[in-house]
Design a protein around this ligand. Sequence first.
Ligand code: ADP
Length: 334
Amino acid sequence: RSVTSAESGALERAAEAALRPKQLADFVGQEVVREQLSLVLDAAQGRGRPPEHVLLSGPPGLGKTTLAMIIATELSVPLRITSGPAVQHAGDLAAILSALEEGEVLFIDEIHRLARPAEEMLYIAMEDFRVDVVVGKGVGATSIPLELPPFTVVGATTRAGLLPAPLRDRFGFTGHLDYYRSEELHRVVTRSAQQLEADIVDEAAAEIASRSRGTPRIANRLLRRVRDYAQVRGSGRLDLEAARSALEVYEVDAQGLDRLDRAVLRALCTRFAGGPVGLSTLAVSVGEETETVETVVEPYLVREGFLTRTPRGRIASPMAWSHLGLQAPEAAAG
Ligand code: ADP
């Protein structure tokens, strides 16, 4: 797996946690969401009530978990964390919900992956602050309604479109996180380097920023790889030379595309003649999960103009061909 798409182990999670901004004021970029969210939080605090439920959507690594933590911190309440795939049965969710105390924040990552019964239980709980606990089995089973204190759900999803309307409608505020601009990532890298006590020159920070696929998680990850490189093969100082060499070692190209990005584009161009080809066929041909290709790889390729989505399938743009050093086929006449 490539450096920028690799899923994290415990070590990486710890490294990430150390670099998380703790307050809204330290959260770089995303001005629109930041302002909207700070209004929601300030108003709720002014009324002395928990804020309405918040949904955060956007590609992985853009700061959804970080914002959930910041929301709890700003409200000075504990944060409970779970995720769609972790809740296997409605009973698991009932246990989580009934343990919540007044005003607490419940963060549900990958909320689009909740099983249907849990989803239904959740939107009733969000609306009425009530959960129906089923006691007993079979014909003797009875459902006992349990009142919950008011709390706030912060849901995160890479695919807001997949949330069923009844659940989506329970969120008073939805914030869409978009890819970061290079200058914003530059600030993320500089801030992280300070926290890591790494001696980085400005050009190196800019280089890392411009090759991080618009994603703070990747910027921080590349920063750590550049730091390794500088320590092992350089002077310890993170200069432009160390940045470029490290990015080469980890196969991040000048546009910030990593090995998986290029594999997808290459398959599209060479195996499917530039498309159109269906998403799942494309995913199988590079040996990846459809969801990974759809939520991690594609959005950035689309945004940068390497790939377009059409009703008939994915199509490589002329830029994709030239980026790979391939000759695009002549467009058929007529
Ligand atoms: P998501 O939940 O959207 O996948 P995370 O909140 O886990 O993303 O963010 C991934 C990493 O990127 C975190 O370690 C965090 O420190 C960093 N990060 C994300 N957004 C920002 C930001 N706006 N400013 C600074 N660092 C950020």
